[in-house]
Design a protein around this ligand. Structure first.
Ligand code: ADP
Ligand code: MG
Length: 156
């Protein structure tokens, strides 16, 4: 499953998503370009993950991430979206986002209501926060990956 791909390091530009209204729900998701998504292992399961993220050469924050099916491409291509657990003063479209995915929470699900979706995401965020405080996940916050010059992309 998911575990054998982790930890997974990835760096790429933040692009415009499909305006699903994530920000209106209070959970904006920074989308990676199609090119970056294509570089992911094709057999990495869709679902909700967690890890660490950093914008440009800013601080490293906790994040939750969804690997899902991209409605723009009739669900034959994946999308990768990172919600950083931090309040930013401004949007950061066009900036370089560096992430390390360290754990898997659950598969993708369909929800009966918006409320059910929002509470599931809030639970995912709480789960991510707890897991990331454990030593095996916390140690990746300090990984050299976050201090490498831009452009040097190192996976596994
Ligand atoms: P889009 O459909 O363009 O991805 P979203 O509603 O998902 O729109 O908002 C995503 C954008 O919000 C990101 O690209 C980023 O510029 C901004 N943003 C602000 N705060 C955060 C955050 N904590 N996590 C992720 N993105 C954030
Ligand atoms: Mg988004």
């Amino acid at each position: 499953g998911a575990m054998r791909h982790l930890p997974y390091f990835c760096r790429g530009e933040v692009v415009k998503g499909f305006g699903r209204g994530s920000k209106q729900l209070g959970i904006p998701t920074a989308n990676f370009s199609e090119q970056v998504v294509e570089s992911f292992p094709s057999d990495i399961p869709t679902g909700i993950y967690y890890g660490w993220a950093c914008v440009g050469n800013g601080d490293v924050h906790k994040m939750v991430l969804s690997i899902g099916w991209n409605p723009f491409y009739k669900n034959i291509k994946k999308s990768v979206e990172t919600h950083i657990i931090h309040t930013f003063k401004e949007d950061f479209y066009g900036e370089v986002l560096s992430i390390v995915i360290t754990g898997y929470i659950r598969p993708e699900k369909n929800f009966d209501s918006l409320d059910a979706l929002i509470s599931a995401i809030q639970e995912d965020i709480e789960e991510a926060k707890r897991q990331l405080d454990l030593p095996e996940h916390l140690k990746l916050k300090e990984d050299n990956f976050f201090h490498l010059p831009e452009g040097k992309i190192v996976n596994n």
